[in-house]
Design a protein around this ligand. Structure first.
Ligand SMILES: [Zn+2]
Length: 162
């Protein structure tokens, strides 16, 4: 294994860099755009991609998946967030949403609610092919939100089986 001048191996160095500098905004945007290329959107033709960075520094992507039974369609944002949950992470630091439009597009109401569930301090970045990215907090996008506090104040989430 290649030793670096400071004595750490290249593998250690890469791990350290990854830990200190999680996916940059630009790479998140690229991942969201790549995910949009896989969107299953034969009915709307509106291909959306999302990339979520968890507080733990991991990145999860999603695209919209439509269905002939339209109501079953699931948005890119929620699909990315659910992948994060399946991987054992629970908190969103940042979510980048890419739409193939001239202006940035904000997440739908359902996705705002799900972002709120898993990231009260989440930053939402809206990217497109035209105007520069727009950035807003989920608090701005979903003011006066309904959440867990409205149901059982102060009750912690049940422990997950390991
Ligand atoms: Zn949505």
């Amino acid at each position: 294994m290649l030793a670096l001048t400071d004595g750490r191996s290249a593998l250690d160095r890469n791990h350290l860099i990854h830990a200190m500098n999680p996916a940059s905004r630009r790479s998140l945007l690229d991942m969201a755009r790549d995910a949009a290329a896989n969107a299953y959107c034969k009915y709307s033709g509106f291909a959306v991609g999302a990339a979520v960075r968890s507080v733990g520094g991991r990145v999860f992507v999603g695209c919209n998946v439509e269905n002939a039974s339209y109501g079953l369609t699931s948005c890119a944002e929620r699909n990315a967030i659910f992948a994060m949950i399946a991987a054992g992470e629970r908190e969103i630091a940042e979510i980048v949403v890419y739409t193939p439009t001239d202006q940035p597009t904000a997440p739908c109401g359902a996705c705002r609610q799900v972002i709120w569930e898993f990231g009260r301090d989440a930053v939402v970045v809206m990217a497109c092919d035209g105007a520069p990215e727009r950035e807003q907090s989920i608090r701005e996008l979903l003011p006066d939100a309904f959440g867990a506090d409205n149901l059982s104040p102060g009750e912690p989430e049940p422990a997950r089986p390991r």
